[in-house]
Design a protein around this ligand. Structure first.
Ligand code: BYC
Length: 313
């Protein structure tokens, strides 16, 4: 019976029919989605921290307003994604608990420190740039609620990428010290940005199945290559050097060749031993605890309203 259901399910996927929450789905499809969507949601929420760190130190009011708005957008992305995960039968409290107890993964990139203002520009250019490359295909993901959430996320990410690039353009036309700050920032963020796409295809345990289910539309290496190809001209316009001596155009492949990623560093960070993993989780837990009174007040108000409605009825 399940075999028949599974065949009908795969036929739907092959015909690009969206799967919706109440449709039958294999248990492993549900689990794969909960895993990816929740990791994605956690990444958006933890992703607020490295930039939030600079809100009070933005160089002028316009920059401060834009940065604050970007960080708020990321909170919104986290909420759409938690809501999409909840349609699969998992509770938000459980997901948040997994993040706070260190059981859940989130993107490796957010475990690196933001030590200069240029990092706000570089995160927009490279980190949001990598995110867009990875996430635009997710708008065509086979699971409806995730795909629909991604449409809005991608529109906002695109705006973030441009505001980051504009920060860097301004620095690139500035003083020698500003140009150096820009180059130093790109030196630190280039390789971690390439790691955002995940392990090489040959070391990616989930890719084949996720692609067969059209959760992922392209492999980690395909998207990483597209990202490198897109960045080279953008770096040239900024007048920065990408820190990879092996980066060069390959006429035969029609792509840029690039150097070997330090996979030891990647797995160290993923396993919790990056420069900021501990600090990020501690800050996140504190923010959650400090916000308890807001959740309590909102719940008390909702309960009061519900009782009032009951009385009227
Ligand atoms: N960092 O078989 P694989 C953002 C894990 S937010 C940490 O290739 P998959 C933004 C992977 O989870 C950016 N862990 O897995 C926010 C798996 O572990 P488990 C987040 C990583 O799922 C604010 C194991 O390694 N974007 O853009 O097929 C401001 C094996 O990997 C990483 C998303 O989440 C990593 N970099 O492919 C600015 C997008 N890479 O679960 C920007 C949606 C891999 O077996 N997610 N791992 O314990 C995806 O597209 C896919 O999940 C990935 C990984 C490409 C990330």
């Amino acid at each position: 019976m399940d075999n028949l259901k599974e065949k009908a399910f795969q036929d739907k996927i092959d015909q690009d029919t969206r799967i919706e929450p109440k449709d039958w789905m294999p248990e492993n499809y549900r689990k794969a989605l909960i895993r990816q969507i929740s990791q994605h949601a956690h990444s958006e929420i933890v992703g607020m921290l490295p930039e939030g760190n600079w809100v009070t130190r933005a160089p002028n009011l316009r920059r401060k307003v834009a940065l604050l708005a970007k960080v708020q957008d990321e909170a919104g992305h986290g909420l759409y994604l938690y809501a999409a995960a909840e349609t699969l039968g998992v509770s938000r409290d459980d997901l948040i608990d997994q993040l706070h107890t260190g059981k859940a993964k989130y993107s490796s990139i957010f475990n690196y420190p933001t030590i200069s203002w240029a990092d706000m520009g570089t995160i927009g250019w490279l980190v949001d740039g990598a995110a867009i490359m990875n996430q635009v295909p997710l708008c065509r993901c086979s699971y409806g609620p995730y795909a629909r959430a991604m449409v809005r996320v991608c529109k906002e990410e695109s705006f973030h990428q441009r505001q980051g690039y504009e920060i860097l353009l301004t620095l690139s036309r500035g003083t020698e010290a500003q140009k150096q700050m820009l180059q130093d920032s790109v030196n630190r963020w280039w390789w971690p940005s390439l790691m955002m796409f995940g392990p090489s295809d040959s070391d990616s345990p989930h890719s084949a199945q996720s692609m067969a289910w059209k959760i992922k539309r392209f492999s980690n290496d395909e998207l990483r290559q597209r990202f490198v190809d897109a960045c080279v001209d953008q770096a040239r316009i900024l007048g920065v050097t990408l820190p990879d001596p092996d980066l060069k155009w390959n006429e035969e492949r029609g792509h840029y060749d690039f150097g070997e990623i330090d996979w030891d560093e990647f797995w160290q960070v993923v396993k919790g031993h990056g420069p900021c993993n501990k600090d990020r989780i501690e800050t996140r837990v504190k923010a959650y605890e400090d916000g308890a009174w807001v959740r309590e007040a909102a719940t008390a108000y909702a309960e009061k309203q519900a009782k009032r409605k009951e009385k009227v009825a």
